[in-house]
Design a protein around this ligand. Structure first.
Ligand SMILES: Cc1cc2nc3c(=O)[nH]c(=O)nc-3n(C[C@H](O)[C@H](O)[C@H](O)COP(=O)(O)OP(=O)(O)OC[C@H]3O[C@@H](n4cnc5c(N)ncnc54)[C@H](O)[C@@H]3O)c2cc1C
Length: 545
């Protein structure tokens, strides 16, 4: 048996490897042990799912973990999120309403080849002094009053290691969550399948229409996370730095049965029915299929992720919502931040009991807020107008409050979070109410929408919200003022969206009961009126570029 470690990390996927790297940077004196089942190097491309990052996760990788050179040289910068809504039987991409940027957004995010990044992280952790064991299995664990214990099996050998903190980073295997019965079932029932090809699947090549091509002058739509949207589903197309393309189908389990997606030939048949243009492209690459996986009921919650008994769950070992908007790496970022802070403080002699509870509450509250984005909302995905409103709304909330708090490094300051409790409560209530409103709007809007083009970030105030994430750190007072201003913008935006729905559908009981009281705010809110444009479609409310 080796000398006890300060930290044992059980599992070396994205969450565990990032945690080890963060510990070597923020607490270099700690002795860290990490055990991972896969033998390294792992294959590139056809390795794991979870390849698209958004602002919080990207900022964590770039700035907190200092991975900017790797991201720029080995991975792909993303041309934002792009959505194509149903039209014309989904046979011609140019006839679908498109929501997506013309150029790169001001604050970057990246597509991640998971094999590539995990290989680099494991290697660099080892070089930085982490005791990394790959190709070994954690057979069991035991909590102890002073030290926790792992039993590791590798090539017929058994080794016992002990450490003060035990961090479960075993992904869906959820070693601690399962043993302690912490899984919290959720109402969001969704399934997915995904596969990869060793080629670029360039959506830019799907049409020769010059007008359609001109909308993204660089011809680089393929660098976006492209979403093909329909009632109860979305299909992703994600390019990887290694040259492959990842394709995934994500569905509401009640609208699209799992049995139609759980083998490649079935998934292809499903694509032929719902996304025939994509099916044709996929079929042409089928002989080179790299892998195929399907997962039923991917969402689950957790009763507790941090314990005063010095254990914690990070990444999917704790919980997971849904891949739409790619929040997986956001939760890794926020969770790892908390764990590193707790470990550092406890090692310096601080009683972290109260902090454990505060972090647990905030993290699980954020999880519940994210879950609301998805629960019961998949039917909206086929409605170009309501889903555009939803994407704009969800992004606005993320940039105005959730991501701003992360970029400003305040989640680790419980005193600051307590000082905005009232605002956060109002924010979560507004957010929940708007999700109900969007659902009700979709229920009464049964029209088809035609071709057209729009982008969330062409609305100046929305673009500014995104850009401001990259701004300098603010002192507490200035940040509180910014959050209050942003919340006022959200309230006004909510009213604007509700006004659009009312203009379209008149006085409907289903909508009226969800409307916000109209307040006059005078000139104090700096929000430009959302211009109404029609470009062959009825996309009111979001301006064209
Ligand atoms: C369909 C789908 C799409 C997704 N898309 C995205 C996306 O676009 N963007 C995003 O950010 N997130 C996405 N996610 C979420 C993403 O997959 C997770 O955030 C991420 O993979 C979690 O990383 P992790 O380290 O927790 O788990 P993993 O990467 O699974 O790592 C866990 C590690 O633990 C090891 N392990 C398990 N048991 C043992 C054991 N007994 N002994 C030793 N080692 C063990 C495993 O080998 C593994 O390497 C998606 C999820 C799903 C289901």
């Amino acid at each position: 048996m080796t000398q006890p470690y300060d930290v044992l990390i059980a599992g070396g996927g994205l969450a565990g490897l990032c945690l080890a790297r963060q510990l070597t940077r923020e607490a270099p004196s700690l002795r860290v042990f990490l055990a991972e089942k896969h033998a390294h190097p792992v294959p590139e491309a056809a390795f794991k799912v979870g390849e698209s990052s958004v602002e919080i996760g990207a900022h964590y990788f770039q700035r907190v973990l200092d991975l900017e050179p790797h991201l720029r040289q080995q991975q792909l910068e993303k041309l934002g999120l792009r959505y194509f809504f149903p039209a014309d039987g989904n046979r011609r991409i140019e006839s679908r309403f498109e929501l997506g940027p013309s150029g790169f957004p001001p604050v970057p995010s990246f597509q991640l080849d998971r094999g590539r990044i995990e290989n680099m992280l494991l290697r660099s952790n080892r070089e930085a002094g982490v005791d990394v064991r790959d190709d070994c299995r954690i057979a069991s664990f035991e909590f102890g009053a002073a030290l926790h214990r792992l039993e590791i099996q590798s090539g017929g050998r058994i080794e016992i290691v002990e450490g003060r903190w035990l961090i479960d980073a075993s992904g869906r295997r959820g070693l601690i969550r399962h043993q302690l019965g912490l899984t919290r079932p959720v109402g969001h029932l969704a399934n997915a399948c995904w596969f990869r090809f060793p080629h670029r699947l360039r959506v830019d090549d799907w049409s020769d229409d010059p007008r359609w091509k001109a909308r993204v002058p660089s011809g680089e739509r393929w660098l976006s996370t492209n979403h093909l949207m329909g009632v109860g589903y979305w299909v992703w197309l994600i390019p990887l730095g290694s040259g492959s393309t990842s394709v995934g189908i994500v569905v509401d389990a009640t609208l699209h049965p799992f049995g139609r997606l759980n083998r490649f030939d079935r998934a292809l048949d499903w694509l032929r029915e719902f996304e025939p243009q994509c099916a044709e492209v996929v079929a042409s690459h089928a002989p080179d299929l790299e892998d195929f996986l399907a997962l039923r009921g991917f969402a689950y919650g957790c009763e507790r992720v941090y314990s005063r008994d010095r254990w914690a769950l990070v990444g999917e070992a704790g919980l997971f919502t849904d891949p739409f908007y790619s929040p997986g790496s956001d939760f890794i970022a926020m969770g790892n931040d908390y764990v590193v802070d707790l470990i550092r403080r406890e090692r310096s002699g601080e009683d972290v009991s109260a902090r454990v509870e505060q972090y647990n509450t905030t993290y699980l509250r954020l999880y519940d807020a994210f879950l609301r984005l998805y629960e019961g909302q998949y039917p909206i995905m086929g409605n170009a107008q309501v889903m555009t409103a939803k994407v704009a709304w969800d992004n606005a909330c993320y940039w105005a409050i959730t991501a701003l708090l992360y970029f400003q490094r305040r989640y680790r300051q419980p005193e600051f979070i307590a000082s905005i409790e009232n605002l956060m409560r109002r924010f979560f209530v507004l957010h929940a109410r708007m999700q109900q409103f969007l659902k009700a709007w979709n229920d009464i809007d049964t029209r088809d929408y035609g071709a057209g083009f729009s982008s969330v970030v062409t609305a100046d105030w929305l673009r500014r919200l995104q850009a401001e994430l990259g701004g300098p750190l603010l002192d507490d007072e200035a940040l509180r003022a910014r959050l209050h201003t942003n919340f006022a913008l959200l309230e006004q935006f909510a009213r604007e969206l509700q006004a659009i729905a009312r203009t379209e559908h008149g006085d409907r009981q289903e909508l009226n009961r969800l409307l916000l009281p109209v307040e006059t705010k005078g000139d104090e809110i700096d929000i430009e009126p959302l211009r109404v444009t029609h470009s062959g479609s009825r996309m009111d409310g979001i301006p064209n570029p």
